[in-house]
Design a protein around this ligand. Structure first.
Ligand code: GN1
Ligand code: MG
Length: 376
């Protein structure tokens, strides 16, 4: 069997050589694994006398046209930088876009000898991110960050961006794929697997809720982030304010509800996505209130009445959708999400399904929070 680029591991010296493509005039002092992404491999490169930068190997099984991903990111960052510089877009505080680093050949990426695809991105200075919400102020800043990102992109025509991940967040498509996988494979039964099978079976209409709203004209496509989980929103170490959104691979046309739902399902689970205590997972409404308050501070002007009507559904759906994606990947043998052990994606699916259950059991409270915020 030949190695796929994704399974190749680089030695430290090879990493230094790749890093040098993006900062040819600086001396690399260290390269360390960074963050907790499930798809790409991320490293922090430290340099002598210069700020560090992020080096990433793109997973080209998932992003099969990585050049288009890089083009999207460049279009987006140029657009936002211009908007911020023009000054007619008032941002009262520090807000930054990660900068794509170019090679001496003026390329926004580098393909190594082994066929792996790399990019360099500036590190947002004096900032950090967290896998779980630290306090209510942090929650509000998470919402503000997402709102600011959406607001900056409200007028970027979606046609300018390529669809780099066809079917991303189209839940009916994930359901279809799940059924195809089920037909293909022999399922090894266990209490956990049976819980997941039943969980999906019990919610036949849920996967269609946002797509039907789009088809019926209630929701429309805009430019979205696609992966606004809370560790993709950088927090300034000094002011504790949101300063940037990172991980721009999935920026593309979509429904902002994918982003709102994903941000809330990620932020309002204090045990985090990777917990082994899945039976204890809960959705925290007071964190949802703080995130939405921060979001509306910047997003209120471009939200329609229908947008508000689908916020609860989006939170419930995005937790369910991620559970469905993890569970399908478990059944398929971990072909999409990086997994540290055979049952890893099953464990992750259980967390998301338990979270969905908790969201459903608090529907009234969550809807009331949304209604109050809408009217204030
Ligand atoms: C993946 O790799 P990462 O962590 O940035 C996934 C998201 C999921 C997330 C769950 C392209 O993002 O959709 O919400 O895992 N990204 C892609 O942790 O599928
Ligand atoms: Mg991502």
């Amino acid at each position: 069997m030949t190695d796929q680029p994704e399974t190749i591991k680089q030695t430290f010296d090879q990493l230094v050589e790749i890093a040098n493509q993006f900062e040819p005039n600086a001396k690399v002092t260290n390269i360390q694994h960074h963050g907790s992404g499930n798809i790409n491999s991320t490293f922090l490169v430290t340099l002598e006398l210069q700020p560090p930068f992020i080096l990433q190997r793109l997973n080209t099984v998932v992003f099969c046209q990585p050049e288009l991903v890089m083009n999207n990111i460049c279009i987006l960052s140029d657009y936002v930088r211009q908007k911020l510089e023009q000054g007619n877009f008032s941002v009262q505080r520090r807000w930054l876009m990660p900068r794509v680093l170019f090679t001496p050949q003026n390329q926004n990426h580098y393909v190594a000898e082994d066929g792996t695809f790399w990019r360099g991105i500036s590190f947002i200075d004096n900032s950090q991110s967290f896998d779980t919400i630290q306090n209510l102020q942090h929650a509000q800043e998470i919402g503000y960050g997402l709102g600011m990102f959406h607001r900056l992109l409200t007028n970027l025509p979606t046609e300018q961006l390529a669809d780099t991940l066809v079917g991303f967040h189209i839940t009916p498509g994930y359901l279809k794929h799940y059924h195809q996988v089920r037909e293909k494979i022999q399922i090894k039964s266990s209490a956990e697997v049976n819980y997941c099978l039943q969980f999906i079976r019990d919610r036949p209409n849920l996967p269609y809720i946002l797509e039907n709203a789009r088809i019926n004209g209630k929701l429309h496509l805009r430019t979205i982030h696609g992966d606004p989980k809370i560790n993709n929103i950088m927090i300034d170490c000094s002011t504790k304010e949101a300063v940037a959104m990172i991980d721009l691979d999935t920026v593309k046309p979509g429904l902002i509800h994918y982003d709102i739902g994903d941000c809330l399902r990620s932020g309002c689970n204090l045990l985090g996505e990777e917990t082994s205590k899945w039976t204890e997972v809960k959705f925290e409404p007071q964190l949802a209130q703080a995130i939405l308050k921060g979001y509306l501070e910047v997003a209120r002007d471009f939200l329609t009445q229908d947008d508000y009507q689908y916020i609860y559904d989006s939170i419930r759906l995005l937790a369910f959708e991620l559970g469905l994606r993890f569970f399908t990947d478990h059944l398929e043998g971990n072909v999409y999400f990086n997994a540290n052990h055979d049952e890893h994606n099953l464990a992750r699916a259980l967390v998301q399904f338990k979270l969905t259950e908790s969201i459903e059991s608090q529907q009234e409270t969550i809807e009331q929070i949304i209604a109050e915020l809408m009217n204030c």
